[in-house]
Design a binder for this molecule. Structure first.
Ligand code: PLP
Length: 234
């Protein structure tokens, strides 16, 4: 067994235990393998171990990897910051986008997705860390953006996503995840149909699962520590 396959098994056991400890069903959350900065071969190894859902942060790197891996059974999620000049590539090559924080980007994605393809599955990214973070929409404006996104024909709004700035105190970290869950509940009361809470990474997946995460995004615990100097910016 390769180390990627062993790591994948270890993460799946952590996920299973966390779901069990929260009294949730074993299939209640999806594991996304975040393959940013790792070559196509690493994705193939994870795929050979049964992993189907992959996440990428950088548009060009992701699009090239999707073509290189060329396994139609895989599902590709875009989870990084998205500029308007890159929306077409994302609309044409990815299945999901988790990082919707502006209506203009959502409108472009919807137009560029076109009607021939199934709608792009999307989450609105929320800033749950206040002034410490610049990415994600403010919670107070989330309902308005989510309602507008839900009306776009090329997109299907699935839920909310957050990337809390890491804090040492697990109680505070967990409170951020709780904030996203409460916001989701508020949006559902506002009439939206949402089934996804995209939250939890290598270091905090248990806290996120305890607060209702339905999709954890795990990179380093599967593929190893990233060499950030090698990561390409957008
Ligand atoms: C890199 C990244 C992850 C994975 O982080 P790890 O700590 O390596 O598990 C998850 N979500 C987003 C948005 C990321 O950029």
């Amino acid at each position: 067994m390769t180390s990627i396959q062993a790591n994948l098994q270890a993460v799946k056991s952590r996920l299973a235990r966390a779901l069990h400890d929260s009294g949730r069903a074993p299939d209640d959350a999806v594991l996304m393998a975040v393959s940013k900065t790792w070559p196509a071969q690493c994705v193939r190894e994870a795929a050979a171990a049964g992993q189907r859902v992959f996440g990428e942060n950088y548009v060009q790197e992701g699009v090239a990897k999707i073509a290189d891996v060329a396994l139609p059974e895989l599902e590709w999620h875009f989870i990084g910051p998205l500029q308007s000049n890159k929306t077409r590539l994302v609309a044409e090559h990815f299945d999901w986008v988790h990082s919707i924080e502006r209506l203009k980007i959502a409108q472009r994605l919807s137009d560029q997705r076109g009607e021939a393809r199934p709608p792009l599955q999307v989450c609105v990214q929320v800033n749950v860390s206040g002034e410490q973070s610049k990415s994600g929409i403010e919670p107070a404006h989330c309902l308005e953006l989510a309602q507008a996104v839900a009306r776009l024909p090329g997109l299907r709004l699935r839920g909310l996503m957050c990337i809390p700035e890491p804090v040492d105190d697990p109680v505070r970290q967990r409170a951020r995840f709780a904030m996203l869950r409460e916001l989701r509940d508020e949006l559902v009361r506002g009439g939206l149909t949402l089934d996804t809470l995209s939250m939890g990474m290598s270091d905090d997946l248990e806290l996120a699962i305890a607060e209702g995460s339905t999709m954890i995004r795990v990179g380093s615990a599967i593929f190893g520590a990233r060499n950030n100097s090698g990561a390409q910016g957008e």
